[in-house]
Ligand binder design. Structure first.
Ligand SMILES: [Zn+2]
Length: 221
């Protein structure tokens, strides 16, 4: 996510109003390539479009431990994005590979109403804090085959869980078979959650829809 993809996402959401919604921001992987000008323009774009119904969150933003060489810039951009979310009262979608514990410690110093940690994987010990703080997590295709993710799905209350495709990436494990991730994978993810939680898949689907509406403040058809 950067300025260009923020603009494209918003256009797509406007074109498919009520079906596609946009989250805008600067992803930690992009912080190095983003110029000061693009950074300011991204902030302006989000601020200007705040009342646009197609824009429902700031994200993905966050910190990624794999990119230590740009750590300071990651921290600076993440902080600015969180301040923006605070100011505009928008939910945040957070990428926290290897940094979940640190981020969960940081967040209470911001006045954020809605926090979502996408693809929450570890450490599982942070999960109780996540729930206590009223944060949400998302899980996607790995819910079907990853023991670690299945354990997270087992422990997280259904009221704090949303599904995701992630992407654009391919999942090589079965049953996804190297196909590029699309929303068509979601029923399989919902079914896996239902099995893990030993409840009906319809109930899972309904609760996730409710969670989506509550988190992003939109009403789905
Ligand atoms: Zn991510």
């Amino acid at each position: 996510m950067d300025l260009e993809t923020s603009i494209r996402s918003l256009k797509l959401a406007e074109q498919y109003s009520g079906m596609v919604y946009a989250a805008l921001g600067i992803h930690p992987w992009n912080v190095n390539a983003v110029t000061e000008d693009e950074f300011q323009q991204t902030i302006e774009l989000v601020s200007e479009k705040r009342q646009n119904k197609a824009l429902i969150a700031i994200g993905e933003i966050g910190l990624d431990h794999k990119y230590v060489e740009i750590w300071d810039k990651q921290l600076m951009v993440f902080n600015e994005m969180l301040r923006l979310a605070e100011k505009l009262d928008l939910p945040v979608i957070i990428h926290s590979r290897g940094t979940t514990e640190q981020i969960v410690e940081m967040l209470p110093s911001y006045n954020l109403k809605k926090v979502l940690l996408h693809w929450f994987s570890n450490p599982i010990s942070v999960l109780s804090k996540v729930v206590e703080n009223g944060y949400y997590i998302t899980e996607g295709p790995p819910t079907v085959y990853s023991n670690g993710i299945r354990e997270v799905a087992r422990r997280i209350p259904l009221t704090n869980l949303l599904t995701e495709t992630d992407g654009p990436i391919r999942f090589f494990k079965q049953p996804f078979d190297g196909k590029k991730t699309t929303p068509a994978f979601i029923p399989t993810v919902v079914k896996a959650i239902a099995e893990i939680k030993k409840v009906d898949a319809t109930l899972v689907a309904e609760q996730i829809k409710k969670n989506f509406e509550a988190f992003f403040g939109v009403k789905l058809n």
